[in-house]
Design a protein around this ligand. Structure first.
Ligand code: AMP
Ligand code: ZN
Length: 487
């Protein structure tokens, strides 16, 4: 099926045509491993997972997916400093070697990250590579030297900077994110990795060594420049090393359009002499909590672990996030999550019902409309990963095709489509229907109600029925016994 994707470069949706359908190459900007990732970050990684799953399942492509691990920047260096309050016993004992400390600190959070994404249904085996920036310092140095040699970089005070003005004479700077020329501050150098468009100026490629920081030995034209890479150079060098340029799709959150991705492109064009780093640029919108930006000061800052502590099922969190369109703001609310728990459960029940029908349907008539499910749902996914519309199509089909109205062979067809769909959503189970476990407090209330009925104490019986309903269960009275069903 033809896939269409929104690319930030065009500010529009375009048909997706890979360079090689047997090797669709995707690069995703991954986490900075200085802390436990928050659920906003998780939304970004789930959007990337959705993309690669749609390409495989709906497009039928083979995918080579790379996500980097940023293990060197100001935050990781700070956390790994001797005496840092962020150092945990599980990271081992700090040594006098700052590079060893950095590795121990970031390895701890990389492991946490890998566990968290696995919990959310992102499979480690779907990645071609998850490179750590510090394992690619040599190609970063080569790229920096090439940028300088091509006349687009210069050394100043022991650091190396990108010369944006020289670059703008040959290329457009500001393709993903419009930058007014008036905002360009000529001759100004910026060392911070993150800056806004009011600060457009020469950005840092290599930061000169500071006392007590990890460093590597770069040399340009015989001049030793001990230091460490800037953030942007990491992704240019790693994407080229692992995917080759240009590759098909580059992804990240909307905040990365500028300066990170703009600077990645500039470095690739200047140093690798290509016209494009990637052919499609995809950016997911942010996640907010109850309509507000997530922040520590507002007290609405959650990690996945915080939500699991509140007994949320990670698959419900996955379904809620994947079920909203990746280019729309995602408002994470308790009510929204409850609605998505119900929606996932409805499909799950339908899957169990279909399996029952396959085993013992009384219907013999074939309904040709069962063949439309696959096309209607997959067409929405193919249209810029429109999961909400795909789910709407599925629910409309489920309304029109109750499992008990299907023949055994039609149920098998529908189940097959849902299995395929689950290659994208990865939230449903196709095993046997689990036995219903009634919670102890519900059983106790039911026993009390059964006794009250025997005594013809109808008021008490009604009160207990309400109490059972309030716990999410309903009690059906038979002649000699009762049954309990989940509401
Ligand atoms: P970081 O670890 O800060 O480099 O971020 C990792 C990814 O999470 C990047 O692609 C960011 O754009 C993305 N991101 C950060 N905050 C949010 C948020 N609130 N909602 C969605 N994505 C986010
Ligand atoms: Zn990046």
């Amino acid at each position: 099926m033809q896939i269409r994707l929104y690319t930030t470069m065009d500010r529009d949706v375009r048909e997706f045509h890979p360079i090689d359908p047997n090797d669709v190459r995707i690069y995703s900007c991954g986490p900075t491993v200085y802390d436990v990732a928050h659920i906003g970050n998780m939304r970004s990684f789930l959007s990337m997972d959705l993309l690669q799953r749609v390409l495989r399942t709906v497009g039928g492509y083979k995918v080579r997916w790379v996500m980097n691990i940023t293990d060197i920047d100001d935050k990781t260096i700070d956390g790994s400093r001797v005496g840092s309050a962020r150092w945990l016993p599980a990271m081992g004992t700090q040594t006098g070697d700052v590079r060893e400390n950095l590795r121990a600190f970031t390895t701890y959070y990389e492991d946490v990250f890998r566990q968290d994404i696995t919990t959310l249904g992102i499979q480690p085996s779907d990645f071609y590579a998850m490179p750590r920036a510090t394992d690619f310092i040599a190609p970063m140095m080569d790229l920096i030297k090439d940028i300088v040699a091509a006349g687009f970089g210069y050394v100043s005070d022991g650091s190396v900077y990108f010369n944006v003005n020289a670059y703008r004479k040959h290329y457009t700077y500001g393709r993903l994110f419009t930058i007014d020329v008036e905002h360009f501050r000529e001759g100004v150098r910026i060392d911070a990795d993150e800056y806004d468009r009011e600060s457009v100026s020469d950005f840092v490629l290599w930061k000169g060594r500071k006392e007590g920081e990890p460093s590597w030995d770069l040399e340009i034209d015989g001049v030793p420049l001990p230091g460490r890479p800037g953030w942007h150079i990491e992704c240019s060098a790693m994407s080229k090393e692992l995917l080759g340029l240009p590759f098909d799709i580059h992804t990240g959150g909307v905040d990365l359009r500028f300066p990170h991705h703009e600077d990645e492109i500039a470095q690739c064009c200047a140093g690798y002499h290509v016209q494009e780093q990637a052919n499609y640029w995809m950016h997911n919108e942010f996640l907010e909590i109850e309509g507000k930006k997530m922040s520590k000061s507002l007290g609405n800052f959650f990690t996945l672990r915080d939500l699991l502590d509140r007994e949320y099922d990670p698959l419900d969190i996955r379904f809620a996030m994947i079920g909203s369109h990746y280019r729309a703001l995602f408002n994470f609310t308790i009510d929204g999550l409850a609605a998505s728990v119900k929606a996932r459960e409805r499909v799950q029940d339908y899957i169990y019902d279909l399996a029952d029908v396959m085993a013992a349907s009384v219907i013999t008539e074939h309904r040709p409309s069962v063949h439309s499910l696959r096309t209607s749902v997959f067409a929405e996914l193919a249209d810029d990963l429109h999961t909400p519309k795909a789910l709407a199509a599925l629910f409309s089909f489920m309304n029109d095709h109750k499992a008990v109205t299907l023949s055994a062979s039609d149920a098998e067809i529908v189940l097959g489509v849902l299995q395929e769909l689950n290659n994208v959503f990865a939230v449903w189970s196709f095993g046997p229907r689990p036995a219903v476990v009634v919670p102890d407090d519900v059983t106790t209330l039911a026993e009390q109600r059964w006794a009250a009925r025997a005594e013809k104490n109808w008021a008490e019986s009604d009160r207990l029925r309400d109490a059972i309903n309030a716990l999410g269960w309903s009690m059906m009275d038979g002649k000699t016994s009762y049954t309990l069903e989940k509401l």
